[in-house]
Ligand binder design. Structure first.
Ligand SMILES: [Zn+2]
Length: 161
């Protein structure tokens, strides 16, 4: 006999609809985007506390801080380090330089968030970071390092280095 109970995939054991959460208290596109970003950075074991206080990274100092999500907040968010709107949702990288995995991720600021055309590489492992950066799984090929990436891609025309 089939089990009739519908299983809802939840976060922290709670049946949370991702879309409903995004629509909750949306102050604008920026907030929806930030929540969406925060969701992608979370693991299935993340707590509601982590959901409501996602990690942001200050574009000027590179320092990270937690922010309380809520109506009226804007992106970029006010950074406690600059006192200005220089905070962006952090994307996490779990790779190591030699292609291994680590449990303590590096918080990365996406270039696309701050209007830079070139791709983002992790300051720790030097590997390509993308939005919603996937966590390493066994057998997964590590993302290319900056050198590996540019060996197969042409640089943007306005590249300055
Ligand atoms: Zn990394």
């Amino acid at each position: 006999m089939k089990e009739k109970k519908a299983r809802t995939k939840g976060v922290g054991g709670l049946p949370v609809s991702r879309r409903a959460f995004i629509l909750l208290g949306v102050a604008g596109v920026g907030l929806a985007w930030a929540i969406d970003e925060a969701w992608t950075a979370l693991t299935p074991n993340s707590t509601i506390e982590e959901l409501q206080n996602p990690l942001f990274i200050d574009a000027e100092t590179g320092r990270t801080f937690h922010i309380k999500m809520g109506p009226g907040m804007t992106i970029p968010a006010i950074s406690p380090f600059t006192g200005r709107a220089t905070g962006y949702p952090a994307v996490f990288c779990y790779w190591t330089k030699d292609g291994g995995q680590k449990t303590d991720p590096t918080a990365v600021l996406m270039h696309s968030y701050i209007g830079k055309p070139e791709p983002t590489f992790c300051p720790d492992c030097d590997r390509l970071v993308v939005r919603g950066n996937p966590r390493p799984k066994p057998g997964m090929t590590p993302p290319p390092t900056e050198a590996e990436y540019w060996a197969t891609h042409s640089r943007p025309p306005n590249w300055s280095e």
